[in-house]
Design a protein around this ligand. Structure first.
Ligand SMILES: [Zn+2]
Length: 290
C-alpha cells in the first residue's frame, strides 16, 4: 500500500517539491527560532522519525515525545510546521528510539508516509547535507558562521560567503515511435528499469547535457529535446530537470561502468518502472498516457 497519488497533474505536484508542503510549512532560517514547544523533524540514517500514536504518521511534538538518547547534532530551526516551530535533529544511527516513534524510509518503493511528510523529510535531508558540508570554508578551511536571515554562511577567516549548493541534473525519456528507451543500473532489481540521467557538466546548457549523457550512456543521437518539468531530489541535493526527446540515430552501445542493460520497450509492454514518486515515472506515464 502506498500513501502517494497514482498520478500527478503537473511535475510541480511531485514529492519533494515545495508545493506539497506549502500549505502547512513556512521555511525560515535557523537564527529566527521563536522558542517554545514545536515539532521535531528527526532524521536517522536517511529515515524520518514519526509518531505512531495516531491513525496516520505525524511529526513528534516536543511537548509529548522524548528524544532519542544519542544525537549527532544540535537542533536547527527550519521554520513553522502547522503554525509551530519545526526543528531538525540528526539522530545517530545506533540510537534506540523512544516508545511511540518509528523510522520510515524516504526512498522506499512504496513510502509509508503521506506526501507532505515525505517532502518535509526530503527537505530536512537536503538541509542536513548543507549543514554537514558547510562547517568549514572551501577556500581556506576556517570555520563558517551563519549569515543573519539566510541559509548561507560566511567564513570567519577569509570572509567568503557560501550558499547552499544544489546540483542540476537532467533525466530524459527517449521515444522511437511506440517504443521507449529504458535503462537498468547494476544495483537495481532485475527487470527494474529507469531513464538516462546525469549531472550538468562545465559549460553546458541543459539540452547539451541531454545530448552528451545519451551519447555516453547508450551511444544514441536524439533530436526534438523538450523540457517537461523538474523535481527537487534531496538525496542529497539535486534538481532533476525532465526532458523528452526523439530518437535520431545510432545503435545502443552500453556504458558498461554505469549501466547493466538498455533497450527499447513497446509502450504496451513495459518492465518494472520507477516508483510513482519520481520525475522518471512521471515522464514515462506522461508519454504512455499521451
Ligand atoms: Zn575562508
Amino acid at each position: 500500500m502506498s500513501f502517494l497519488p497514482d498520478r500527478y497533474d503537473s511535475p510541480i505536484d511531485l514529492p519533494f517539491n515545495r508545493a506539497s508542503i506549502e500549505e502547512h510549512f513556512e521555511l525560515r532560517t535557523p537564527d529566527r527560532d521563536p522558542g517554545g514547544v514545536g515539532y521535531w523533524l528527526m532524521l536517522q540514517a536517511g529515515q524520518l522519525l514519526v509518531s505512531t500514536e495516531g491513525a496516520q504518521a505525524a511529526l513528534p511534538s516536543s511537548r509529548v515525545h522524548a528524544l532519542p538518547s544519542s544525537r549527532s547534532s544540535a537542533p536547527i530551526y527550519l521554520g513553522q510546521w502547522q503554525g509551530l516551530p519545526c526543528r531538525l535533529l540528526h539522530v545517530s544511527c545506533d540510537a534506540a528510539l523512544p516508545e511511540g516513534l518509528k523510522a520510515e524510509s524516504l526512498l522506499a518503493r512504496d513510502p509509508q508516509l503521506p506526501l507532505e511528510l515525505l517532502s518535509l523529510g526530503g527537505l530536512a535531508n537536503m538541509i542536513l547535507h548543507w549543514e554537514n558540508v558547510s562547517c568549514r570554508c572551501g577556500n581556506c578551511g576556517n570555520p563558517m558562521q551563519r549569515l543573519a536571515g539566510e541559509w548561507g554562511k560566511q567564513c570567519s577567516g577569509c570572509g567568503a560567503s557560501h550558499f547552499p549548493r544544489i546540483h542540476p541534473c537532467i533525466i530524459v525519456l527517449i521515444r522511437k515511435g511506440d517504443e521507449l528507451l529504458l535503462v537498468r543500473k547494476p544495483e537495481w532489481a532485475d527487470r527494474r528499469y529507469g531513464l538516462v540521467a546525469g549531472f550538468v557538466d562545465f559549460g553546458e546548457n541543459l539540452e547539451e547535457t541531454v545530448i552528451r549523457e545519451v551519447r555516453e550512456e547508450v551511444g544514441l543521437e536524439v533530436q526534438n529535446i523538450r523540457y517537461v518539468g523538474s523535481q527537487c531530489w534531496p538525496f542529497p541535493s539535486q534538481l532533476m530537470t525532465g526532458f523528452i526527446a526523439d530518437y535520431a540515430g545510432g545503435k545502443i552501445v552500453l556504458q558498461e561502468d554505469e549501466l547493466a542493460e538498455a533497450g527499447w520497450f513497446h509502450r504496451d509492454h513495459l518492465p518494472t518502472l520507477p516508483p510513482r514518486r519520481s520525475i522518471a515515472r512521471y515522464l514515462i506515464d506522461d508519454a504512455v498516457n499521451g
